[in-house]
Design a protein around this ligand. Structure first.
Ligand SMILES: Cc1cc2nc3c(=O)[nH]c(=O)nc-3n(C[C@H](O)[C@H](O)[C@H](O)COP(=O)(O)O)c2cc1C
Length: 442
């Protein structure tokens, strides 16, 4: 069968990916604390047969914008997914769990419990935390990159070892014989390194997929490549251009190969922000409503990207011929070339910003077919094995993706018509694994 794409959905604060989402008509302003809202959003993604939900997590400092904007993260990713697990049946659930600020025993226990509750649908986004604001919440300074990644390798190995501490058929639960478990098949782990250790065993038997799937979110730094290359089945990526995405995907595949794995075992899944509307004008207007508060600040940044003076008071005007002639895309920001291309098309300053030229992920603002075209283009260029999609506003943006974009991708043979299996491993085509991968023994 032809290669088909994997699609995940960003499940953040309950409102949507853009800062104005909480104030949009029809949005319940208390969705931030509503588990029901998150379950409904997960159910909508499952209706679209999406393979997984992606829950980022900081926990970073409260944003300076809290006066006007909702925090970007979930109240608590594991508690949210416990609720989502009970309200869904097939969709995978991938939560972020820091390897810097958690003990491996806690991570192993929580993720495996979720894996059991969800019948084999859990994934762990194993990241290193960066940022002094996160560290301050734990009363420490942020460790060096070498120490963060050194700890991350130990944490992932111990977590995986703990996951395998019950053999696959250790749990007998035979009422007739009275045997609950085979104690000879439950082993302590006794693993330790420079940073962390655990005796084990865990007291949780295998799930339907054996154990959770390991993800990693990050860029292609040498340390991230070494970590993801060894352990990750999928990388949640950020790439603004198709060239960057191709290079990152190739780098992660090479890293997996260097770790002795088949490169097809690691899927590269960059992000995509969507604003879906009947036409381009309506989509840009929607993005203006959702993000305009940030435009003065973004205009100042656009000035640096293009190397010309830009007057934020002239939001309704295109850049002048003199400005366009003098503009030079900054080599320090890969988004600059695209920003200049959009500016040269003659859009007003407000519309240039509404195109998402300064967003963290590529933005598609337009009708569903444009979103599908973007995904097809990147997928067929081997820049992506799939996408994690961040709708601007969950309330309608998620349905517009599921009902508008997904059928186009299905008609084009690029996306499955239904789930073939029950577990996250099934959905990703991730090889079976139980305990530490024997190819990567400590
Ligand atoms: C798409 C994407 C998603 C990320 N999600 C998270 C997250 O949920 N929580 C987090 O602490 N860091 C997250 N990160 C940050 C990375 O884990 C990592 O800290 C960052 O890329 C710096 O990596 P470095 O230390 O190798 O330079 C994310 C990064 C990317 C690109």
């Amino acid at each position: 069968m032809a290669r088909q794409m994997i699609i995940g959905m960003h499940l953040g604060n309950g409102y949507g990916a853009l800062p104005g989402a909480w104030r949009m008509p029809g949005v319940d302003p208390t969705s931030y604390t509503s588990f029901d809202a998150k379950v409904r959003q997960a159910q909508a993604a499952e209706r679209g047969k999406l393979q997984f939900l992606f829950l980022p997590d900081g926990p970073s400092a409260l944003s300076a914008e809290i006066e006007y904007e909702a925090p970007g993260f979930n109240l608590d990713v594991m508690m949210t997914l416990a609720a989502v697990a009970r309200g869904t049946e097939r969709i995978g659930m991938v939560a972020t769990g820091s390897t810097t600020f958690n003990e491996p025993f806690n991570l192993a226990r929580q993720f495996k419990a979720l894996d059991i509750m969800s019948h084999g649908r859990a994934g762990w986004n194993a990241i290193t935390s960066a940022g002094d604001d996160v560290a301050a919440n734990y009363g420490v300074r942020i460790p060096s990159s070498a120490d963060r990644y050194g700890r991350a390798h130990e944490v992932v190995q111990i977590v995986q070892a703990l996951w395998g501490s019950w053999s696959k058929d250790a749990w007998v639960h035979d009422q007739a014989s009275g045997q609950f478990a085979k104690s000879a098949e439950i082993a302590p782990i006794n693993l330790g390194g420079k940073f962390v250790a655990s005796r084990g065993p865990l007291y949780i038997p295998p799930s339907e997929q054996g154990q959770p799937v390991v993800f990693h979110a990050g860029g292609a730094s040498a340390n991230a490549l070494a970590l993801a290359g060894r352990y990750a089945s999928a990388v949640i990526g950020a790439a603004f251009t198709i060239e960057d995405a191709r290079a990152q995907r190739a780098a992660f595949r090479d890293a997996a190969e260097r770790a002795g794995r088949d490169p097809d075992e690691i899927k590269f899944i960059p992000g995509l922000m969507t604003t879906i509307a009947p036409d381009k004008r309506a989509a840009l207007d929607r993005r203006i409503t959702l993000t305009e508060r940030a435009f003065p600040q973004r205009a100042a940044y656009l000035q640096q990207m293009l190397g010309v003076r830009i007057d934020p008071a002239r939001m309704g005007e295109p850049l002048s011929p003199d400005q366009l002639a003098a503009a030079r895309p900054s080599s320090g920001d890969p988004r600059s070339t695209y920003a200049l291309k959009i500016a040269r098309e003659g859009w007003t300053l407000r519309d240039i910003l509404a195109h998402g030229v300064i967003d963290y992920q590529p933005v598609v603002a337009g009708p569903p077919v444009e979103v599908a075209d973007h995904m097809q283009h990147w997928f067929e260029a081997e820049a992506a094995d799939g996408f994690w999609v961040a709708p601007d506003v969950y309330r309608d943006g998620l349905d517009d993706f599921v009902d508008g974009v997904v059928p186009i991708l299905q008609q084009r043979g690029l996306f499955h018509l239904d789930y073939a299996g029950m577990t996250l491993r099934d959905h990703l085509g991730a090889p079976a694994q139980y305990g530490i991968d024997p190819r990567i023994m400590p």
